[in-house]
Design a protein around this ligand. Structure first.
Ligand SMILES: [Cu+2]
Length: 472
């Protein structure tokens, strides 16, 4: 009997089978997947910082959310909600290493919070009601304090009744400068928004309509850049400009076209690419940012260059770049880049860790719910991710609608689109999943806590399109 057992153990070890069934196949696959994953983690090393050491400088700001009025069209006052009386709200500009402290007061007739889009904050500063903090009631205050871990272009907005509060005008930008990067002659931020305005020049007061929910969210009838329709932006011949584009619209996707100007993309969603990329018809989905490196050729002296949106067959004007007469010398530095962005070319060998199917169903408060795996927000189990491990997540759009999916607290890279490998040389925090498209993303969970993941078509998010990732 004892001999038989020994022979059997020997047989199992030698052949890897028991009664003809492989016993090691699964675990061998697991072991090789683990090996590939650890290689991807090694490749990721230092692509961005795990932690930041604060430089001790505290930059303190006061922000009040308060109703107000602005003139989109001369002589016509539109009632809006503002940060500090302005739309867009303040541009907070700090240096990498600085600690940002925002003393926030809610003077709105509704509860609110501030979410810092794209910023890797301590979880408690993420501004998501019910997940990271209670909503801030009218009349109350809250202090947000954190040291951003990354330099780049970020923005902030409420995360309560988001489709209404952002549409009413609540947003601002957070620019984190890296003192080690070269100084451009000009550093401009263009906050692009889309408004649904009625004949009285007031914000169309019905939010989350059935039409919006059945389609790609609330697309409006007026587009503004920095709170103005078709603004004129003055530049000088020879100037080298860092132009930071931010899409804060509820749902509209932009495809900015610079006409005869040529530009390079140097950063996406705040994070530097590994090398500059030609800017050519790139899509700017809600939540996305693109930083451009733009030189005004001296020969353009005295001209006006229209910047259009070219998403559809009906292009429209976004802004005008007005080139002055006084020539300046063009700065000759090489554009900032993050050489440590990993390629992750081995990620295609890995199985998918988690799949989310994006679709809609009847039901809920609005009569239609947007779902992930046929579950609306609140019905999912939290997806647990381990700190500093690699994950491959598949987003399968089973609908014909647009879903710019945004992960709080983590950056990711797009690995495949419709099964084909893509080689984006940058990280993102938001990726547009087009109708019936499948996208696979890879990420290394870097920041601990409970992080919302949701569609940035804000009406879809309000109608359930979100879930929670937990990094522990
Ligand atoms: Cu969506």
């Amino acid at each position: 009997m004892k001999n038989n057992i020994i022979i059997m153990i020997f047989w199992v070890l030698a052949m890897g089978t028991l009664f003809g069934k492989p016993i090691f196949a699964e675990s061998t696959k697991d072991i090789s997947a683990l090996k590939v994953k650890s290689e991807l983690v090694t490749e990721f090393h230092d692509a961005y910082k795990n932690e930041i050491i604060p430089n001790g400088k505290i930059r303190e700001f006061f922000i009040e959310a308060i109703p107000g009025e602005i003139e989109f069209v001369a002589g016509k006052k539109t009632k809006v909600w503002t940060y500090n009386g302005k739309v867009p709200g303040p541009e907070l500009r700090i240096q990498l290493g600085d600690t940002l402290k925002v003393n926030f007061k809610n003077s709105l007739p509704q509860s609110t919070t501030i979410h810092w889009h794209g910023v890797r904050v301590p979880n408690a500063m993420d501004g998501v009601p019910g997940i990271t903090q209670p909503p801030i009631p009218p009349g109350e205050s809250f202090a947000y304090e954190f040291t951003p871990k990354d330099a780049g272009t970020f923005w902030f907005h409420p995360h309560v009744r988001t489709s209404e509060q952002i549409e009413r005008g609540l947003y601002g930008t957070l620019i984190v400068e890296n003192p080690k990067e070269p100084q451009y002659d000009k550093d401009l931020v263009w906050i692009i928004d889309d408004w649904a305005i009625n004949q009285d020049f007031q914000i169309y007061p019905h939010f989350n309509t059935h039409h919006d929910l059945m389609h790609d969210g609330r697309w409006g009838n007026m587009v503004t850049v920095n709170g103005k329709t078709n603004p004129e932006i003055s530049v000088k011949p020879g100037e080298r400009i860092r132009l930071r584009l931010v899409n804060v619209a509820n749902a509209r996707i932009f495809r900015p076209f610079l006409g005869i100007l040529s530009a390079k993309v140097i950063a996406v969603d705040g994070m530097l690419a590994s090398a500059p990329i030609d800017f050519n018809g790139d899509l700017l989905a809600p939540g996305n940012r693109i930083d451009l490196d733009l030189t005004i050729r001296p020969s353009l002296k005295g001209t006006t260059i229209p910047v259009q949106d070219n998403l559809t067959n009906n292009p429209f004007l976004l802004a005008k770049i007005v080139v002055g007469e006084e020539r300046v010398n063009t700065s000759g530095f090489s554009a900032p880049a993050n050489l440590k962005v990993p390629e992750w070319s081995k990620a295609h060998q890995l199985p998918v860790d988690k799949e989310y199917r994006l679709n809609a169903r009847r039901g809920g408060d609005f009569g239609i719910e947007w779902t992930l795996n046929n579950k609306a927000f609140g019905e999912h189990k939290v997806l647990n991710l381990h700190h500093r491990q690699f994950y491959k997540i598949r987003l399968v759009n089973e609908s014909s609608r647009l879903h710019p999916m945004h992960l709080h607290g983590q950056f990711f890279k797009v690995l495949t689109r419709n099964g084909k490998s893509v080689t984006e040389n940058f990280f993102r925090d938001t990726v547009l999943v087009k109708g019936n498209e499948t996208i696979e993303i890879g990420l290394i969970a870097t920041d601990r806590g409970h992080w919302l993941t949701h569609c940035h078509v804000l009406e879809h998010a309000e109608a359930g399109m979100g879930t929670v990732l937990h990094v522990n």
